[in-house]
Design a protein around this ligand. Structure first.
Ligand SMILES: Nc1ncnc2c1ncn2[C@@H]1O[C@H](COP(=O)(O)OP(=O)(O)O)[C@@H](O)[C@H]1O
Ligand SMILES: O=C(O)C1=C[C@@H](OP(=O)(O)O)[C@@H](O)[C@H](O)C1
Ligand SMILES: [Mg+2]
Length: 265
């Protein structure tokens, strides 16, 4: 076969991610899935790595063994137009600002903190705006800021506010216009990081902050899990997370800008 086009590469990468995610959900090892589906472990590894350009019938067997619809694995056709934008989602302390800035730097893209954009649009700090105008007005402002940002930038890294996923319209907009990555961490790590940053906003005066954060994560987990890709920032250090991000982005067909041509000869 001729070389894959960027959207074909992105399609296979997404297929691989969906298989990995479905397998993680069922808790099956690759060996067990191979036994159940009758598909070799080697092919499963290729498929999960985004290299599984196999027959539709093999993929159908994998879907059946994972008890998911084939269409759930195949997904929507990948819209390459969204793929110059990367958006990071996750609860406060997930690493969106830290990793987002480093990723943008490596990719030569602008880094956009959506909450800063919202505050700039509103001409007021978010906390005081929310206190005065309420959550609904904040959500509106968030959606407007996001819409403006994705229209203005073909290539950028966006750190979304942790609670953006709760607003269906904004989250739908984010997912349709960006390659989305959930930065996942344990509740204990979220709390330790927030304490280290002295960012105790959600925790102040709470008797049982760890339980609250665990509940917040549990409530939002299913929403964050809709992202195209997940990185566990508790299981991997910062440098490894950046490498994983760069790999995911490349697999999704988003390239760093071509380097300056060197001197001739
Ligand atoms: N694997 C990791 N990936 C990203 N950040 C990490 C990791 N391990 C520890 N950290 C630390 O966690 C904190 C994440 O904070 P931040 O980037 O502000 O999160 P967010 O923007 O999602 O609220 C930083 O202090 C960072 O150094
Ligand atoms: O997780 C949350 O509930 C929130 C996180 C904040 O964004 P960051 O994750 O950028 O701090 C911001 O959206 C808002 O204050 C609510
Ligand atoms: Mg942040």
């Amino acid at each position: 076969m001729t070389a894959k086009t960027p959207d074909e590469t992105a399609f296979l990468a997404q297929l691989g991610m969906r298989v990995r995610r479905a397998r993680a959900r069922t808790g099956l090892t690759r060996r067990r899935l191979a036994a159940l589906s009758g598909v070799s472990e080697r092919y499963l590894a290729q498929l999960e790595a985004g290299d599984g350009n196999g027959s539709i019938l093999l993929i159908r067997r994998v879907a059946a063994a994972l008890a998911v619809e084939l269409t759930e694995l195949i997904g929507q056709p990948v819209d390459v137009s969204r793929h110059g934008r990367i958006a990071l989602v996750g609860v406060r302390g997930a690493g969106k600002s830290t990793l987002g800035a480093r990723l943008a730097d490596r990719l030569g893209m602008p880094f956009i903190e959506l909450t800063h954009e919202i505050a700039r649009d509103l001409g007021a700090p978010l906390e005081s705006f929310i206190a005065q105008e309420g959550q609904h007005a904040y959500r509106e402002a968030e959606r407007r800021a996001l819409s403006r940002v994705v229209d203005a930038h073909e290539r950028c890294v966006i750190a979304a506010g942790g609670s953006l996923v709760l607003e269906p319209q904004a989250y739908q907009l984010l997912r349709s216009r960006c390659f989305t990555v959930w930065l996942k961490a344990t509740p204990e790590d979220h709390i330790a990081r927030l304490i280290a940053q002295r960012d105790l906003r959600p925790l102040q005066g709470r008797e049982n902050a760890p339980a609250e954060l665990r509940m917040l994560l549990a409530q939002r987990e299913r929403l964050y899990a809709l992202a195209d890709f997940t990185i566990d920032t508790s299981a991997n250090d910062e440098a490894t997370c950046l490498t994983l991000l760069l790999e995911a982005v490349r697999e999704a067909g988003i390239a760093a800008p071509p380097s300056e041509p060197g001197p001739p000869g």
